[in-house]
Design a protein around this ligand. Structure first.
Ligand SMILES: [Zn+2]
Length: 114
């Protein structure tokens, strides 16, 4: 890869970054509660689906946020945006690392007596 290619690739990644305003880290879990006796749904074994956002923190800590069903699509999208942005940042970082190494190689080559 040349410097020009790396810079072009980096520009493309930056231009395609989704908005960071609605990112969410974590994962979406679907749990089924069977809370009550005397409930027809529970008696049929259907139970009550419950969506939970779980977010892990350093030290093995975990936070759980219960979601209303209508929040699930928006949460799913925000989780996806987080992953996309994270992937793009990783790729941009790799390109910048490549450019740093290229800088170093080029300055070394110039220092050599010809
Ligand atoms: Zn029930």
């Amino acid at each position: 890869m040349t410097r020009k290619q790396a810079i072009r690739k980096r520009g493309k990644l930056v231009a395609q970054l989704p908005s960071a305003a609605d990112v969410l880290r974590g994962s979406l879990l679907r749990r089924i509660l069977h809370p009550s006796s005397g409930c027809a749904k529970c008696a049929r074994g259907e139970g009550h689906p419950l969506w939970v956002l779980t977010v892990g923190y350093p030290g093995g800590k975990n936070r759980q946020v219960s979601l209303r069903p209508d929040q699930v699509p928006q949460v799913r999208k925000a989780l996806e945006h987080y992953r996309e942005i994270k992937q793009s940042l990783e790729a941009i970082s790799e390109l910048n690392q490549f450019l740093l190494r290229l800088d170093r190689e080029e300055s070394k080559r110039q220092e050599l007596p010809s």
